[in-house]
Design a protein around this ligand. Structure first.
Ligand code: 13P
Length: 256
């Protein structure tokens, strides 16, 4: 069996959530650019919408990519407060998170919203990072795998292998986000295997083998390498530890 992992590029994304102004974000991004050693991993930062342009300027000419934290599925129109995929692309984004658990649980995004968002990101020529993950209650009830499978199925349903070429998935167990309670490398790897098998049955082996599956939830410099050692763990989605250049750089460098 060939080592498929070596064919997938490791992806590390810093999700700044609702932190940083334009000026603060530009300074943080500049510090990341200055400290990042060349490596094989693809590194991206996801600032809030209001900081995208300033951060785009700060990372220009570097290898760091820009990501949106969310999107609305319509391209334009009377949708007060919303930001579309073409707008994010024009602001310099090449990736967009969709279905983050905070969007699902705080803002009420459901699977159909996530599917439409992912499709709009693909239509705008960017890579959707589809976030999935179970709550502690669901895990304790033995439903974790089913919940994740259903979230994934609802999102990729109706999309062909070719359409899904840019797809990335992030497994973020809700109980591990911002809690300091990281999934063990074995727990993460087990769910990543389930996700890859689901992708194979939903969209074909091409999609399954090519799609990077990131882990997120209390990732720090001192646990990043162990989590990444899983054969199906292709990257990291980092929240709190991405808000300081030194801790984010430790994680990026652990990713190679
Ligand atoms: P923390 O790394 O702060 O747990 O956040 C994870 C996350 O939600 C990244 O999207």
């Amino acid at each position: 069996m060939p080592d498929r992992k070596s064919t997938r590029r490791t992806v590390v994304i810093g999700n700044w959530k609702m932190h940083q102004t334009g000026a603060g974000g530009a300074a943080l991004a500049a510090a990341i650019v200055a400290g990042l050693r060349p490596g094989r991993a693809e590194i991206a930062v996801a600032p809030p919408f209001t900081a995208l342009t300033a951060v785009a300027d700060a990372i220009r000419g570097s290898s760091i990519a820009l990501a949106g934290q969310d999107v609305f599925h319509e391209p334009e129109g009377a949708f007060t407060g919303a930001v579309s995929a073409p707008m994010l692309a024009a602001a310099g984004c090449s990736l967009v998170l969709v279905g983050h658990s905070e969007r699902r649980h705080v803002f009420g995004d459901d699977d159909e919203d996530v599917r439409r968002k992912a499709r709009s990101v693909l239509d705008a020529g960017m890579r959707p990072v589809v976030c999935v993950g179970e709550t502690l209650e669901q895990r304790d009830a033995g439903q974790a795998e089913n919940v994740v499978r259903e979230q994934l199925e609802a999102t990729v349903h109706g999309l062909s292998d070719a359409e899904l070429a840019p797809l990335a998935v992030a497994y973020e167990p809700v109980w591990a986000i911002g809690t300091g309670r990281t999934a063990t490398p074995d727990t993460a790897e087990a769910m990543h295997r389930v996700i890859r098998a689901s992708l194979a049955s939903l969209a074909g082996s091409g999609t399954a083998e090519r799609t990077p599956i990131l882990y997120g939830g209390s990732v720090k410099g001192d646990n990043a390498a162990a989590i990444l050692s899983g054969a199906n763990v292709d990257g990291l989605l980092v929240g709190g530890a991405s808000l300081r250049a030194d801790s984010f750089l430790d994680i990026c460098h652990a990713a190679g």
